[in-house]
Design a binder for this molecule. Structure first.
Ligand SMILES: [Zn+2]
Length: 287
């Protein structure tokens, strides 16, 4: 039997490709107990089994069978994310009563760990972001992703296709509401959520991204620049360590050679130097 994720894009509606696929980490269980994430637990528990295995997923998400097969061979076991196309928008419903009140038409539906994902067709480019519809109903558009059917949830359940229909057009009143919210500036609460939901590299400074993707002439100074950029971008020490350690990000071989303890100490050293420099210039200015 084909894995469930091979059902994407929906075979009955080639015209309505829901999106591209991204290989994700997967929650790890031991003796039936959830113990962590396949990244080695360097991510917050909220992200266990949900964050990308590849850097720059926005550019690399793919539907090409060769690429999907390559990722499948490279990372086992793994979860999959669906990055909706600009003609697809997904309602992520945690609260069943909220969905009932909306009286949604039958459409391609996936059961999640706690609720359901309803996939809808929208006019191309109608929604750019992932605005929240109401409490209990978040959405995901072309700038985000959801876990694909077949993926394993922290609860131990798998995301499963519940309704295998072609995508229905999104009801107009919901689309209008989302289009209005899509244009509103994000609230502080929304920004916080986005911060938590976004994989670390999304928030990275452009210089950091360049260093990660292209490297530098000297790996020690390149690594230190990465720390500085990530510290300035507001990452915690644990997040920075996870990014620098993760093989997918390919920053430098150095952390792996020297070990996890060395890496954490190195980050702390750079941070304290940055802090002391900041304090010193402050003092000079005050004087
Ligand atoms: Zn992880």
């Amino acid at each position: 039997m084909l894995p469930l994720y091979m059902a994407y894009p929906h075979p009955a509606c080639q015209e309505q490709i829901p999106g591209k696929l991204i290989p994700l980490h997967i929650p790890v269980f031991e003796g039936g107990q959830l113990v962590g994430c396949s990244c080695g637990n360097h991510c917050p528990q909220k992200s266990w089994g949900k964050h990308p295995r590849i850097a720059d997923w926005q550019r690399k998400a793919s539907v090409r069978p060769n690429q999907i097969a390559a990722w499948t061979g490279m990372y086992q076991p793994l979860n999959w994310g669906v990055n909706p196309s600009d003609r697809c928008h997904i309602l992520d419903v945690d609260d069943p009563s909220a969905a009932q009140a909306l009286d949604l038409p039958p459409t391609f539906t996936v059961t999640t760990g706690r609720g359901r994902h309803f996939y809808f067709e929208v006019p191309r480019g109608a929604l750019k972001g992932s605005p929240r519809l109401c409490p209990g109903i978040d959405t995901r558009g072309p700038n985000g992703y959801v876990l694909a059917a077949g993926s394993l949830h922290q609860s131990g359940r798998r995301y499963e296709i519940e309704c295998d229909l072609p995508l229905a057009p999104m009801p107009s009143q919901i689309l209008e509401q989302l289009m209005r919210r899509d244009c509103e500036p994000m609230t502080q609460e929304g920004r916080e959520e986005e911060r938590v939901a976004a994989p670390p590299l999304d928030r990275a400074h452009s210089e950091t991204r360049r260093l990660i993707l292209e490297g530098g002439p000297d790996r020690s100074s390149a690594l230190a620049s990465v720390y500085c950029s990530l510290i300035r971008a507001g990452y915690s020490d644990a997040e920075i360590a996870a990014i620098c350690w993760d093989e997918a990000h390919k920053i430098s071989e150095k952390p792996r050679e020297r070990g996890w303890k060395w890496l954490c100490k190195d980050i702390a050293t750079v941070k304290s130097r940055m802090n002391s420099r900041f304090t010193m210039s402050d003092l000079l200015r005050a004087a």
